[in-house]
Design a protein around this ligand. Structure first.
Ligand code: NAD
Length: 364
C-alpha cells in the first residue's frame, strides 16, 4: 500500500480541533482508496513559543521538508499578542513559507449551492473563483522599520516617529506567479484577472507590463486588469463573472477573505501554498485560530477537510481520494448538516465540529 508522510501542525485556538477532523477524514478516505498516511505532529505558533520560546522550531521545519505535504490548522491568539514582533506566532507562517519556498498561494472561493442562503450577498447563484496570491514577496517581506526617534524640524515643530513598510517585486517573482495564474486559467474557464493598483504603485505597473508581455504565449486565456479597490466592489456586484484572479501578497490576502465571505463562511475556505515542483506543499484553512470559539465545539472543520482534499490532489496526485472527500462534503451539506456559522434555516441539522466530521466520514 502506498504510504505518504504528512507533517501535521495543529497550532493554536481551534487549530487542533479542525486539524484532527481533517486527519480523521484523510485516514478514512485513504482506507477506501487503498492509500495510507504516516502523520508526524509538529509544533508551531503560540504553543511553540510556550514550549521553546520561538514560534517555529528548526525541528518543525526539518519534519516539513522531509514530508510529502504539510497540513496546518492555525496559529496565534490574544495570549501572544504582546510578544516581541519577531517572535509572534504568525512569524511561524512566514518562516514556513520562506523555509519551504512556497511562493504560490491558491485560494478557491467556491459557492456550494446548498449554502447560497448563508451568503451575506443577495442573489448570488454561483461563484467559483480561484485566487492565486503571490506569497513570498511584496510588502509583508519588504523592508519594515521606524525612525529611531521623533524629529525636530527647523521651525521647531516636532515630527513624530515615522514607520514604513516597503512593497518590492522583482521581474522573476512576478513572472513566476503570473505563469501559475495563466496555467490555472488554462485548466479552468480561461479568464485571468490581474488585480493591482497600477494607477498609484510602480510595482503594480511592472506587474501589468509583464502580464501583457506574457499574454501572447497564452492565446486561449482572456486577460484583463482591475484596480484592487474596484475589484473589491466587483466581487460583491458580479462574483460569478470571475474565474482566476492573480495578485500580490497583500491584495490576495484581503480579497480572498472577501471572496470567501460571499461563499457563506470563512469556515468553508481551504487553501494551498505551493513551491517548485517536487517540494512539499502546505495546506491550511484560510481562517485563523478563532480564539472566541476555541474549545466550544463550534468550529466548522470543512475548510480544513477541503484543504486535506487539495493536499491529496495537488501534492500527492491522489485525485480519486480528493474527489471522494469533496463529494462527501457536498453530500453532508445536501443532507442538511450545518455547523453554526453556516446554518440558515430551521430544517438544518446543527452539529458541532465532531458531528460534522462524522457526517463527512459517513458520506465517504
Ligand atoms: P479568525 O479567522 O480566527 O476569526 C474571524 C471570525 O471568524 C471569528 O468570529 C471566528 O469565530 C470565525 N471563524 C473562524 N474560523 C471559523 C471556523 N472554522 N468555524 C466557525 N467560525 C470561524 O480571525 P481573527 O479573529 O482575526 O484572528 C484570530 C487569531 O488568528 C489572531 O491571532 C490572528 O493573528 C490569527 N490568524 C492566523 C491565521 C493562520 O494561522 N493562517 C490566519 C488569520 C489569523
Amino acid at each position: 500500500m502506498k504510504t505518504y508522510k504528512i507533517a501535521v501542525i495543529p497550532g493554536d485556538g481551534i487549530g487542533p480541533e479542525v486539524t484532527f477532523s481533517a486527519v480523521a477524514v484523510l485516514k478514512a478516505a485513504g482506507e477506501r482508496e487503498g492509500i495510507a498516511f504516516e502523520f508526524t505532529e509538529c509544533d508551531a505558533g503560540g504553543c511553540a513559543i510556550d514550549k521553546y520560546g520561538i514560534p517555529l522550531p528548526e525541528a518543525t521545519l526539518d519534519t516539513c521538508r522531509a514530508s510529502d505535504a504539510v497540513l496546518l490548522g492555525a496559529v496565534g491568539g490574544p495570549r501572544w499578542d504582546s510578544v516581541e514582533p519577531s517572535l509572534r506566532p504568525e512569524r511561524a507562517l512566514l518562516g514556513l513559507r520562506a523555509g519551504l519556498g512556497l511562493y504560490s498561494n491558491l485560494r478557491p472561493a467556491l459557492m456550494f449551492k446548498e449554502l447560497a442562503s448563508a451568503s451575506p450577498v443577495k442573489n448570488v447563484e454561483s461563484m467559483d473563483i480561484l485566487i492565486v496570491r503571490e506569497l513570498t514577496g511584496g510588502i509583508y517581506f519588504g523592508k519594515h522599520g521606524r525612525s529611531d526617534s521623533a524629529e525636530v524640524l527647523s521651525d521647531g515643530t516636532v515630527k513624530g516617529v515615522t514607520a514604513y513598510d516597503t512593497e518590492e517585486y522583482s521581474t522573476a517573482e512576478i513572472t513566476r506567479i503570473l505563469k501559475e495564474g495563466f496555467r490555472y486559467a488554462q485548466g479552468r474557464n480561461k479568464k485571468l484577472t490581474l488585480v493591482d493598483k497600477a494607477n498609484v504603485l510602480e510595482s503594480s505597473r511592472l506587474w501589468r507590463e509583464i502580464a501583457s508581455s506574457m499574454a501572447p504565449s497564452y492565446p486561449d486565456v482572456e486577460l484583463d486588469y482591475l484596480y484592487v479597490d474596484n475589484c473589491s466592489m466587483q466581487l460583491i456586484h458580479r462574483p460569478s463573472s470571475f474565474d482566476v484572479i492573480v495578485t500580490s501578497n497583500m491584495f490576495g490576502d484581503i480579497l480572498s477573505d472577501e471572496a470567501g465571505m460571499i461563499t457563506g463562511s470563512i469556515g468553508m475556505l481551504p487553501s494551498a501554498s505551493l513551491g517548485a515542483p517536487g517540494t512539499p506543499g502546505m495546506y491550511e484553512p484560510v481562517h485563523g485560530s478563532a480564539p472566541d470559539i476555541a474549545g466550544t465545539g463550534k468550529a466548522n472543520p470543512l475548510a480544513t477537510i477541503l484543504s486535506a482534499s487539495m493536499l491529496l490532489r495537488w501534492s500527492l496526485g491522489e485525485t480519486a481520494a480528493s474527489d471522494r472527500i469533496e463529494k462527501a462534503v457536498r453530500s453532508a451539506l445536501a443532507d442538511g448538516f450545518r455547523t453554526c456559522d453556516i446554518a440558515s434555516s430551521e430544517s438544518d441539522k446543527i452539529v458541532d465540529t465532531d458531528g460534522m466530521t462524522a457526517a463527512v466520514i459517513q458520506m465517504l
